[in-house]
Design a protein around this ligand. Structure first.
Ligand code: HEC
Length: 131
């Protein structure tokens, strides 16, 4: 008993350290768990964005795409604080259902749930590049 005591203590400390490490490593991912069930695929998000969104929202997400000039309603500028403050859920809903009386139409049916989540992650990444 006396001999196994310290060894058990070491094992406990290792376990505790592992537990803390696990929590720290997983901490930052927790807030987005509701909107994202799995890690976003940035490469796919980028491909979706370049194919479907860049023409209006622009290469850096400022809403200055080549197709934007002819629009009455300007495309959202993702770099603006107004967009930045919105939750992933809100952005996702806008992409899914579109905006009424706006060139931003619903993408449900054209993009899969996964593609929409990936493109949100890509928009987030774009908006962080200038900060
Ligand atoms: C035809 C041009 C056009 C295309 C293509 C387009 N959008 Fe938009 N988008 C807009 C416009 C215009 C708005 C602003 C709507 C408003 O505020 O009335 C907007 C708004 C948004 C918003 C809301 C931002 C906010 O701050 O609320 C998101 C998110 C968004 N677009 C994502 C996308 C994604 C993702 C794609 C590609 C799958 C895409 N858009 C394709 C024109 C476009």
């Amino acid at each position: 008993m006396i001999l196994t005591g310290p060894r058990q203590f070491v094992r406990y400390r290792l376990f505790a350290a592992g537990l803390i490490g696990f929590c720290v490593a997983n901490g930052p991912a927790l807030p987005s768990l509701n909107a994202q069930d799995y890690p976003p695929d940035m490469a796919r998000g980028k491909a979706v964005y370049e194919h479907h969104c860049q023409n209006c929202h622009g290469p850096t997400g400022r809403g200055d795409g080549s197709g934007a000039v002819s629009l009455k309603v300007p495309p959202a500028n993702f770099q603006r604080f107004q967009s930045f403050l919105k939750s992933d859920e809100e952005l996702l809903r806008t992409i899914e259902h579109g905006v009424v009386f706006s060139p931003m139409h619903a993408w449900r049916g054209q993009l899969t749930d996964g593609e929409m989540q990936d493109v949100v992650a890509y928009i987030r990444w774009l908006s962080e590049q200038t900060r």
